[in-house]
Design a protein around this ligand. Structure first.
Ligand code: AP5
Length: 220
C-alpha cells in the first residue's frame, strides 16, 4: 500500500500540533512532532534534552544534529504514513528529509505540505492562553478548554504553561519563523504539493477542511 506523508508547517501557535493530532486520530499515520520529542527528552533528563532545553527556553532553533538524531529514530516505525509537525524548519532539515525520502519512498507514495496561516496578533493571544499536558494534549483556556480546570481530559495529568510561551520568547520565535519559513512555501508550491489552510477558523472547521482537501487528493 502506498505511504502518505503530510508535513504541517506554520508559525508557532498556529495550531499545527492540534490539527496534526486530530489527523493522526482519524488515520493510522504516525505523528512526528519534534517539539514533543524534545519535551520528552527534557522530561527524561537526557543529554539531548538538557541541550535542547537551553535553545527552546530562548526561543531559538535546536541544532540540526540533535534534531536529525531524534527524527531518524522516529522514522523507523512501521506505518502507512507519517504526519510531521514542526519539521523541517530550515533548508538543511528539508534537504535531509528529502534525501531520506529518496531512500525509503516508492513511486506511488505521496508527500504533501500543509501550511497553516495565522496572523502574529492571533498567535500572541493563543499562546498566552495555551495549557499543555505531559501526554502531549494541548488546550486553550477559551477556545479548547479542559473539562476540569488544570486537569487533562485524556490522562488526568496536571496541565502546565510551556516555558517558551512567555511574551518575549514568543516574539523571538515568531521572528525566527518569519526569517526562515519562506523556503517551505516556495519549495512545496513549486512541487505542486502545497495545501494552504486559513488557520484563523475554529479548530473543528479547520479539521474538516483538512479532511476534505486530503479526500479530494484521494489520500484518505
Ligand atoms: P514546537 O513545539 O514545534 O513549537 P512551535 O512550532 O513553536 O509550535 P507550537 O507547538 O508552539 O504551536 P502549534 O502550531 O503546534 O499550535 P498548537 O496546536 O499548540 O517546538 C518548540 C521548540 O522546539 C521550538 O521553538 C524550537 O526551539 C524547538 N524545535 C522544534 N522543532 C524543531 C526543529 N525541527 N528544528 C529545530 N528546533 C526545533 O496551538 C496553540 C494554541 O492555540 C493552543 O492553546 C490551542 O488549543 C489553540 N488553538 C489551536 N488551533 C486553534 C484555532 N483554530 N482557534 C483558536 N485556538 C486554537
Amino acid at each position: 500500500m502506498p505511504k502518505t506523508i503530510i508535513i504541517f508547517f506554520g508559525p508557532p501557535g498556529s495550531g499545527k500540533g492540534t490539527q496534526a493530532q486530530m489527523l493522526a486520530q482519524k488515520t493510522e499515520w504516525k505523528k512526528i512532532s519534534t517539539g514533543d520529542l524534545f519535551r520528552a527528552e527534557i522530561a527524561a533528563g537526557t543529554e539531548a534534552g538538557k541541550l535542547a532545553d537551553k535553545y527552546i527556553k530562548a526561543g531559538k532553533l535546536v541544532p540540526d544534529k540533535i534534531v536529525f538524531g531524534l527524527v531518524e529514530k522516529s522514522l523507523k516505525q512501521k506505518t502507512a504514513g507519517f504526519i510531521f509537525d514542526g519539521f523541517p524548519r530550515n533548508k538543511k532539515q528539508l534537504n535531509e528529509l528529502l534525501a531520506f525520502f529518496k531512500k525509503i519512498l516508492k513511486k506511488n507514495d505521496q508527500v504533501y505540505a500543509l501550511e497553516v496561516a495565522v496572523s502574529d496578533e492571533e498567535i500572541k493571544q493563543r499562546l498566552s492562553q495555551r495549557r499543555m499536558c505531559a501526554c502531549g494534549k494541548v488546550y486553550h483556556l477559551v477556545y479548547n478548554p479542559p473539562i476540569n480546570k488544570d486537569i487533562c481530559d485524556i490522562c488526568g495529568g496536571r496541565l502546565f504553561i510551556r516555558n517558551d510561551d512567555k511574551p518575549k520568547v514568543i516574539t523571538h520565535r515568531l521572528k525566527i519563523y518569519h526569517s526562515q519559513s519562506k523556503f517551505m512555501t516556495d519549495y512545496w508550491q513549486k512541487q505542486g504539493r502545497l495545501i494552504k489552510i486559513d488557520g484563523e477558523q475554529p479548530i473543528k472547521k479547520i479539521h474538516e477542511e483538512i479532511m476534505e482537501k486530503l479526500s479530494e487528493l484521494k489520500l484518505i
